[in-house]
Design a protein around this ligand. Sequence first.
Ligand code: BES
Ligand code: ZN
Length: 469
Amino acid sequence: MPSTPTIPRDLSSWLDAHDADAFAQLNEFLRIPSVSARSEHNADTAAAAGWLHAALARIGFTVETLPTPGHPVVLAEWRKAGPNAPTILIYGHYDVQPAEPLELWTSPAFDPTVRDGKLFARGSVDDKGQLWAHVMALAAHLDVRGRLPVNVIVLAEGEEEVGSPNLAPFIEKHMIRLACDAVVISDSAMFAPGIPSILSSLRGLAYFEVTVRGPSGDLHSGMYGGAVVNPAMALARALATLHDAKGRIAIKGFYDKVKPFPAAVLKGMRALPHSDARFRKEIGVRALGGEAGKTTLEKLWTRPTCEINGLLSGYTGEGAKTVLPGEAMAKVSFRLVPDQRPEVIERLFKAHLMRQLPASSGVTVKVTALHGGRPWRADLDGPVFDAARIALRAAFGRAPVIVGEGGSIPVVGDFERILGAPVLLVGFGLPGENAHAPDEWIGVRNFRDGTRTMAMLYEEFAARHAAGA
Ligand code: BES
Ligand code: ZN
């Protein structure tokens, strides 16, 4: 076993000395409610971009805020490491999910508060806190040593939480400028406290809104019920056909392109210390569901799914109202695995619903695709992954595990495809972090160790790149 690497002393002392300042600034960033999905927050989203722009300029980067048809991209560059040094592109997002339901937050969503070693706020872990860890690592190098060991591009977008609709065209347009040797992203979680993790896969996404319409308006359920097809019932029946009794998705052709995960990856997954009992407890359920015959981690990381994300129809207020609703709506999304494609899933899903609810059924169905992204899988070979293994070991005192992830970061595949660079995903969130939910938090200690990891990663990557060149 090689001796445990350690974070360079000058950098870690600087980070210790600037710890309070790092959190004070992060709190400022977190106070800006940059909810990309809500147009009433457009000014806040722009303010978050402006705040980040200023922060990156302050540490010595050349920064531009570039418009897109939606929220802008903050693009910061530091390219003085020399022509032989590698270039790292750090990607993150400054937008956040809506904070509702607000009443379920213990402290207000946009008033960052530390309790029990956790910093609570919307965006603390997803993704402002993780992005900020990178910025602090860069600041340490620049302030202590006056330079970085690698050329660095920071690309922060404001539309990740709405499916990054404008980012692939942006990367294509700026392909030459964004050319790099590795993309580094911290927008995910570690497997468990104290167990640093490198991500080897993400699921893709295909998200739809389904509307079923019946009579031209709401009807009295006594005067009409029994003789008129109820759109809420029709939609519920159609949705119920999406899975079979074994938890598999019952859409024709759905699994055709699913490529099995390599045996070594599955073996690694089975060796991880996962406990179903702990997992159930964390989310407050007595039993788990899903496909029969698969382990929980296999279900979460390697298998495609179909979920109802929202349902709306009829009377949902206090008390009773005897109504036969004129329409019903559902939000339905699929998580995809290699080599499924969102466009193909859209075609198959529409065909399935049309078969369930044909013109003769008494209702009409309309399906709108909202957003999608391809699944991703890495092979984890090369200098940036080796550098990450060393840096994580130095910061966390143990070797990282390789994990999969059920969530999606659609742009990861785009980076790989357009820039031809490997993508390293190292996240510093933790299970139970409440991303997208009330009481989102990032572990204070994880923020610190994440910052140290990054400070060391740049150096290790430069050294390995030089050795390999
Ligand atoms: N940070 C998450 C993605 C993620 C979640 C990665 C968990 C690893 C672990 C990201 O901000 C996110 O929530 N993405 C959305 C994508 C969607 C809006 C296109 C998701 O997965 O639902
Ligand atoms: Zn998110």
